[in-house]
Design a protein. Structure first.
Length: 295
């Protein structure tokens, strides 16, 4: 197995544990406070993981300002809504809906990139939505705002993939620095206008660990992409659905039934089919390596 694939599997496992910590924090702090401290601590750790040849002092120098700010705004909204989703609905349902993102990329590419979509990719889109319906089962149980928030997160993830095509020459420090600024200012202002809960020692340790998971996951993905092509790494993203089932059952008493397991398998298969068809058609994969608009 290629080193890049192993690193990516570790990265997505760490991301999943960070999401589990976020879910656990839901009963202690507001969404905005979790978001603020996540970005604050992740930014502190990332400051020591500067890519070679880049300088944090010059992060504000941009080649494509509109795309950088659009990506930061997408990441900000996706991050806040993602936290809300994880703290309000089961982890398996969050991941199932978030993994509609590659299918949204297909739909957006038709509208904005005027791409032709063949029958296999349309089949993947239909299968993915059917898989999510099996997991969520609208009409058989009540839908919550967390489900809507997760759909928006998936859509924003797809928009980020489209935007990243114009950011290939932009520095990592620029994209991260702008996103950190957006997150700290927005979440800090939201906390100031609502309520601030002073975290106790246990909650503080959990917040630090969330930031550490975000930073280490990001660093591992960057290392993975340097060692293996995106075509090989992209499928490892779906390992998070396995972690969602494991963590949900182990810590939050979220036990998926057989329909949920089948639905998750269909969502994963549809995403992998999309990746396969893009690899055959384009020779490469359009893929957001940081999942749901992470840092």
């Amino acid at each position: 197995m290629q080193n890049g694939i192993v690193l990516a599997l570790f990265a997505y496992a760490i991301y999943a544990w960070g999401d589990g910590l976020i879910k656990a924090l839901g009963g202690h702090l507001s969404v905005f406070e979790i978001g603020f401290f996540n970005i604050l601590f992740a930014g502190c750790f990332l400051a020591f993981m500067r890519p070679d040849g880049e300088n944090w002092l010059h992060f504000w120098r941009m080649k494509r300002p509109w795309a950088v700010h659009a990506r930061a705004l997408s990441g900000l909204v996706g991050g806040v809504l993602g936290i809300y989703a994880f703290t309000s609905i089961p982890m398996a349902e969050v991941y199932a809906i978030i993994f509609l993102s590659p299918l949204f990329v297909t739909l957006l590419s038709i509208v904005f990139l005027k791409e032709h979509v063949g029958p296999w990719r349309w089949a993947a889109v239909v299968a993915g939505f059917c898989g999510v319906l099996l997991v969520v089962r609208p009409g058989f149980r009540a839908l919550e705002l967390g489900h809507l928030a997760t759909v928006i997160v998936a859509l924003l993830g797809a928009i980020t993939v489209i935007l990243m095509r114009s950011l290939a020459q932009e520095k990592q420090t620029t994209m991260l620095g702008v996103l950190v600024c957006y997150g700290l200012i927005f979440n800090g202002a939201a906390v100031a206008m609502t309520s601030f809960t002073v975290p106790d020692l246990t909650v503080t340790v959990m917040l630090v660990l969330v930031g550490l998971c975000t930073a280490v996951g990001h660093w591992l993905i960057l290392q993975a992409t340097r060692r293996s092509p995106a075509n090989d790494i992209a499928p490892t993203h779906y390992s998070q659905m396995v972690w969602a089932v494991i963590l949900g059952a182990a810590f939050f008493q979220e036990y998926p039934d057989w329909l949920t397991i089948v639905g998750l398998a269909i969502v994963g298969a549809s995403g992998l089919l999309t990746i396969l068809r893009e690899r055959v058609r384009l020779g490469t994969v359009r893929w957001n390596p940081f999942g749901r608009n992470r840092l």
